[in-house]
Write a protein that binds this ligand. Structure first.
Ligand SMILES: *Cc1c(COP(=O)(O)O)cnc(C)c1O
Length: 235
């Protein structure tokens, strides 16, 4: 078995173990394989191991991979998630090639994605990225902006509001991780009162997956623990 297949197997069993420990239902958490900077060969190995959901951060690179697998693995029901920062001049490419977007943080981007979603495709499944740490340098909507953004998204026919996403500060301490994730879980519960279709919390990466699942994550975004460390020297 390939290393990537083994890694996926380990993470899946970790997810199951933590779900059970926390009283979550089986299959409560989706494993999103974050394949940014990784070649199509590595993604093909993951697909071979049964992985179908992939996350990409860079528009051009992501679109090339979506198109590659549409040609080379047309029978696989792959699900592509865009999880990187979105500039407004790149929204069309995202709207035309992805099933999910995790990183909507302003109205202009939501409006453009809606307007550019091709007729005949399912609505784009979207998450609002929240800046839970309050650092003004990081991307993400501020807590007080979430509800206005949610109101716009839910009025747009080509977008479906599914929930919230965050990338909290990278800290090694489990309790601190848990506290940051619980903040997002509380915001999601509030959002659900107005938007019952909201069912998704995208939180947790290779270094903080357990705390995220304990706090209610429904999508963990895992790169390094599946594909190994990333090499940015060529990008
Ligand atoms: C790169 C990235 C990940 C994966 O991070 P790892 O630590 O490699 O698991 C998850 N989410 C986002 C938004 C990312 O940019």
């Amino acid at each position: 078995m390939s290393t990537i297949a083994q890694n996926i197997q380990h993470i899946m069993s970790d997810i199951e173990r933590v779900q059970e420990k926390c009283g979550r239902t089986r299959d409560a958490v989706l494993l999103l394989a974050v394949s940014k900077t990784k070649p199509v060969e590595a993604i093909a190995e993951a697909i071979q191991a049964g992985q179908l959901a992939f996350g990409e951060n860079y528009v051009q690179e992501g679109v090339e991979k979506v198109q590659h697998f549409a040609r080379h693995a047309p029978d696989k029901p792959l699900e592509w998630h865009f999880i990187g920062p979105i500039q407004s001049n790149k929204t069309r490419q995202v709207a035309e090639h992805f099933a999910w977007v995790h990183t909507i943080d302003r109205e202009k981007i939501a409006q453009r994605l809606n307007d550019q979603r091709p007729a005949g495709m399912l609505p784009l499944q979207v998450l609002i990225q929240v800046n839970t740490s309050g650092e003004n340098s990081k991307s993400g909507a501020k807590e007080q902006e979430i509800f206005q953004l949610a109101a716009l998204i839910s009025s747009l026919p080509n977008l479906t509001l599914r929930g919230l996403m965050s990338i909290p500060e990278n800290v090694p301490d489990y309790d601190a991780q848990l506290a940051a994730f619980k903040k997002l879980a509380i915001l999601k519960t509030k959002l659900q009162e107005t938007y019952p279709e909201v069912d998704t919390l995208s939180m947790g990466m290779s270094g903080d997956m357990e705390a995220a699942i304990a706090a209610g994550s429904t999508i963990v975004r895992i790169g390094t623990a599946i594909f190994g460390a990333r090499d940015y020297s060529n990008t």
